[in-house]
Design a protein around this ligand. Structure first.
Ligand SMILES: NC(=O)C1=CN([C@@H]2O[C@H](COP(=O)(O)OP(=O)(O)OC[C@H]3O[C@@H](n4cnc5c(N)ncnc54)[C@H](O)[C@@H]3O)[C@@H](O)[C@H]2O)C=CC1
Ligand SMILES: O=C(O)CCC(=O)C(=O)O
Length: 444
């Protein structure tokens, strides 16, 4: 960082105490912008950076619901609208016990640049609650979602703020959330939430989009090095929406997926994960340690991460700061060629430095995982026009968008003397788009 951006960062830390993930996300972006600020002095005069790092609005609310024994339970809900310069606030909801205001702010901040990169007219937001869906019955999840939406509904809408899924929020939760929204507002405003089931206005490919998009980005990155995914080995972390669909597309494109994980440990199948078995386990909402019961040569390694398994390709797809410097050193020593962040901010800054120094092709989450939100924009488009696109058409749109995001990052990095640095390319391209819109909109 320059003395100027370091001063801005210090002020953000002072104004937003005890939000380390938010500070980290801001530091990474500010650290990339030096070449831009040197060329566009007027952006400093307009105090664009300070304005961009302050959320436009933050909502925090009580969520009370009853468990299966009739006992009232209490959680805290959040929704942060970070920037509406490019369009309505857009971003997912995370239900996980670790969620704090700082978590939601870091995620919403990342969303600004990601959504700008899609070129689809999306502002940035994120939300969630410290609710833990693990072990909760279907009825409990439904009552929690209804209670959460009973407050959230007044802050969202197809032209205001459009939530979607994230950790702990998938098609089931979005169905319950939309059901309550529809009941309270007396409107079938399908474009208020994305990631819905197909029967209630969801788009084909939205479920698969983030994982597929990560894989399309990897494909494009390897192509610049004259390489392909065919015949490569891959490891992933997580075993949720992003990880399982990235695994499926990697498999389709000829890679062998050796491992995935959850918060309790790593599943390693040296002959390649059986995706049908994984699907069966996930559908039954069972844990990964059930896999070796069905595929006896596989091992579940409690308390471990996948990063010491030798592989060509790595896709961290669970959560923030899950891959640190020592993991990066282990992966690099074991022959890693490319890494794409499926999760938001899964690699620590020190890990990213290791990959950069080793010349590993590194794709930051805000570019590599943008396929999810991009397909949400395609869902909004279909909801607005009442059209229904088929799976291959939607997938084709997604693949094109991911190639365009890849090319934008690469070209922008080149133009700003950071050749091959996808992080710099993503941050600079996203920032310039939002800065242009903010300048056009006037001081607000
Ligand atoms: N669902 C989407 O469309 C998008 C998701 N993402 C990001 O991808 C990541 C994964 O999200 P989803 O697959 O949607 O969620 P999910 O709820 O379907 O799966 C999350 C997975 O991560 C694991 N996990 C969660 N917290 C963990 C922790 N503290 N330590 C270790 N493992 C943990 C869970 O066991 C699970 O396997 C998140 O960082 C999310 O922000 C990014 C873009 C879009
Ligand atoms: O589809 C969306 O609106 C949001 C996806 C999301 O939360 C993300 O990109 O991290």
């Amino acid at each position: 960082m320059t003395p100027d951006t370091a001063r801005i960062h210090d002020e953000i830390v002072r104004r937003n105490p005890a939000e380390p993930e938010f500070h980290q996300a801001v530091a990474e972006v500010l650290g990339s912008l030096e070449p831009v600020l040197a060329r566009h002095a007027h952006l400093r005069e307009l105090r664009l950076l300070e304005r961009l790092c302050e959320p436009e609005r933050q909502v925090m609310f009580r969520v009370v619901w009853t468990d299966d024994h009739g006992v009232p339970r209490l959680n805290r809900g959040y929704r942060v609208g970070f920037s509406s310069a490019l369009g309505p606030y857009k971003g997912g909801l995370r239900f996980h016990p670790s969620v704090t205001l700082g978590t939601v702010k870091f995620l919403a901040f990342e969303q600004i640049f990601k959504n700008a990169l899609t070129g689809l007219g999306l502002g940035a937001g994120k939300g969630g609650a410290d609710f833990d869906p693990a072990g909760r019955s279907d009825g409990e999840v439904m009552r929690f979602c209804q209670a959460y939406m009973t407050e959230l509904y007044r802050h969202i809408g197809p032209h205001t703020d459009i939530p979607a899924g994230d950790i702990g929020v998938g098609t089931r939760e979005l169905g319950y959330l939309f059901g309550q929204y529809k009941r309270i507002t007396n409107r079938f405003d399908a474009g208020t939430l994305t990631g819905k089931a197909h029967t209630i206005g969801g788009s084909h490919v939205r479920t698969e989009a983030t994982g597929y998009g990560v894989t399309y980005f990897l494909e494009a990155m390897l192509a610049t090095r004259g390489d392909t995914l065919d015949g490569k080995t891959a490891v992933l972390s997580g075993s949720g929406n992003v990880a399982t669909h990235a695994a499926a597309k990697l498999h389709d494109l000829g890679a062998t997926v050796l491992a995935c994980s959850d918060s309790t440990g790593t599943l390693h199948d040296p002959s390649g994960l059986r995706l049908d078995v994984l699907h069966e386990i996930k559908t039954a909402r069972r844990k990964l340690d059930a896999y070796p019961e069905l595929v006896p040569h596989a091992r579940f390694l409690p308390g471990t991460t996948p990063w010491d398994i030798p592989c060509d390709i790595a896709v961290p797809a669970a959560t923030q700061n899950e891959l640190d410097e020592s993991d990066a050193i282990a992966l690099t020593k074991n022959g890693l060629r490319a890494l794409a962040e499926g999760a938001n901010m899964p690699c620590t800054p020190a890990a990213i430095d290791v990959f950069r120094d080793a010349g590993i092709a590194f794709a930051p989450g805000k570019a590599a995982n943008a396929g999810g939100v991009a397909t949400s924009a395609l869902e909004m488009r279909q909801n607005a026009s009442r059209e229904r696109w088929d799976f291959p058409t939607t997938d084709q749109h997604l693949a094109t968008i991911m190639r365009e995001i890849h090319d934008t990052c690469l070209t922008t990095a080149d133009e700003h003397d950071r050749p091959g640095d996808y992080t710099a390319g993503a941050n600079i391209a996203g920032f310039l788009t939002v800065a242009d819109a903010m300048t056009t909109l006037g001081i607000a």
